[in-house]
Write a protein that binds this ligand. Structure first.
Ligand code: TYM
Length: 339
C-alpha cells in the first residue's frame, strides 16, 4: 500500500462542562492561537456532546457553550482564519463515532485513566457515553483528517487511542484513509495543577473555587487565589531540577513561565533564592495583565449571544464541508449503503 501524505491540519476541542480555566487557556487555547500562524488549517470545536457524558443542566450547557466560544474568540481565535464551531451542529461527529465504537476494543477503553478517574468507585453508574467518550474524540479528530492535536498533557492517552483506532481501521479495511495523528504537547503550560494540591490538575469541576483560576475571575480574585495558593516553606530554588519534588512550587513557576512565554529557567534566574513574598504578587500582576483584556472581551461578546451563535453556525457550515465527504467515504469503505 502506498503511504498517503495528509495535508497538515490541526484539530482540537474543549468541553463546555463549566467555565474556562487557566489550565484550558495555557494548555490549549493560547497555543491554538499561535498555531493559526503555523501555515496549517486550524479547526477548533466546542465539544458539547462530550460535555453531556456527565449530567449537564440544559440552560447551563447552552451558557457554557457560548462562554467557551467567547473565551476562544477573546483569546485570539480568528473565525476567518480558523474553523470555529460547536460539535452538535455537525452530526457527522456522532455518526463517525458509532463506526469507531465498532473499531475500538473494550480492552483499550478499559485502560483509559481518565474514565477510571471520572467514574471513580461508582463505574457501574457512569454513563455508557463516558466510557465511549474516547471513540467520539477520535471521530472529532479523524473526521477532519486531523494530523496535529494541540492538547494538555491529560489528553495524551486519548490522542494515542485515536492513532490506534486509525491504524486498526486502515488495517482492517486495507486502506490508508485515516492519518496517524500527532499530539502536540509542549511548553510549561501543559500541566497546570490545582492551586491547593499540586498533585491534582486544575479543572473546571474541582470542589473549591480557590483551587483554580477561572478566565472570568476579576483582578482581586486572581490576586487572592495566588496569594493563598499552597506552597512549601523553602525559598524558590535556583534551577528547575530542584523543583522535582516540590509540585506546588513547580506549578506556580510553570504558570509564570507559560504566561510570560518563557521557561522555568528564566523565571528562576529572576526569582531564585527569594521567598514567595515577591514572587506571588508578581505572578498575580502578570496573570491579571494577560487575562484582564481577555475577560473584558469575553464579557463584551457574551452580551450578544446571538452573534456568538451566528459565528458558531457559520463555522459549522465550513466544518461540514470537510466532514461530510470524509464520512461518506468511510461509509463506502465499511460497506454501508446510502444515497
Ligand atoms: P477539556 O475540555 O477537559 O480540556 C480542554 C483542553 O484544555 C487542556 N487542559 C489543561 N491543560 C493543562 N493543564 C490543565 N490543568 C488543563 N485542563 C485542561 C486539555 O488538555 C485540553 O487540551 N477530551 C477533551 C476534549 C476533546 C478534544 C477532542 C480535544 C474532545 N474531542 C479532539 C482534542 C481533540 C477534553 O475533555 O478536554
Amino acid at each position: 500500500m502506498t503511504q498517503t501524505t495528509f495535508t497538515p491540519r490541526a484539530f482540537s476541542g474543549i468541553k463546555p462542562s463549566g467555565g474556562l480555566t487557566l489550565g484550558n487557556y495555557l494548555g490549549a487555547i493560547k497555543r491554538w492561537v499561535a498555531m493559526q500562524d503555523d501555515g496549517m488549517e486550524t479547526v477548533y470545536c466546542v465539544v458539547d456532546m462530550h460535555a453531556i457524558t456527565v449530567w449537564q443542566d440544559p440552560a447551563e450547557l447552552r451558557d457554557a457553550t457560548r462562554e467557551v466560544a467567547a473565551g476562544m474568540l477573546a483569546s485570539g481565535i480568528d473565525p476567518a482564519r480558523s474553523i470555529l464551531f460547536n460539535q452538535a451542529r455537525v452530526a457527522e461527529h456522532a455518526e463517525l463515532a458509532w463506526i469507531f465504537n465498532c473499531v475500538a476494543r473494550v480492552g483499550w477503553m478499559n485502560r483509559m485513566t481518565q474514565f477510571k478517574d471520572k467514574a471513580g468507585k461508582n463505574a457501574e453508574k457512569a454513563s455508557l457515553g463516558l466510557y465511549a467518550y474516547p471513540a467520539l474524540m477520535a471521530a472529532d479528530i479523524l473526521l477532519y483528517h486531523g494530523t496535529h492535536v494541540p492538547v494538555g498533557e491529560d489528553q495524551k492517552q486519548h490522542v494515542e487511542l485515536t492513532r490506534d483506532i486509525a491504524a486498526k481501521f486502515n488495517h482492517d479495511y486495507k486502506v490508508d484513509f485515516f492519518p496517524l495523528t500527532e499530539p502536540v504537547i509542549e511548553g510549561p503550560g501543559m500541566r497546570v495543577m490545582n492551586l491547593r494540591d499540586g498533585s491534582k490538575k486544575m479543572s473546571k469541576s474541582g470542589d473549591s473555587d480557590m483551587e483554580r483560576i477561572n478566565m472570568l475571575d476579576d483582578a482581586d480574585t486572581i490576586a487572592k487565589k495566588f496569594r493563598k495558593a499552597r506552597t512549601d516553606p523553602e525559598p524558590l530554588p535556583e534551577a528547575p531540577a530542584d523543583l522535582a519534588d516540590r509540585p506546588e512550587a513547580k506549578n506556580l513557576i510553570d504558570i509564570y513561565a507559560a504566561l510570560a512565554d518563557t521557561g522555568a529557567e528564566a523565571v528562576l534566574a529572576e526569582f531564585g533564592g527569594e521567598g514567595w513574598g515577591r514572587f506571588k504578587p508578581a505572578l498575580a500582576d502578570l496573570a491579571v495583565d494577560k487575562l484582564a483584556p481577555i475577560s473584558t472581551e469575553m464579557r463584551r461578546l457574551l452580551d450578544d449571544p446571538a452573534e456568538i451563535d451566528r459565528t458558531l453556525a457559520a463555522g459549522a457550515d465550513r466544518a461540514r464541508a470537510i466532514a461530510a465527504p470524509v464520512l461518506a467515504r468511510t461509509y463506502d469503505i465499511v460497506g454501508l449503503l446510502r444515497d
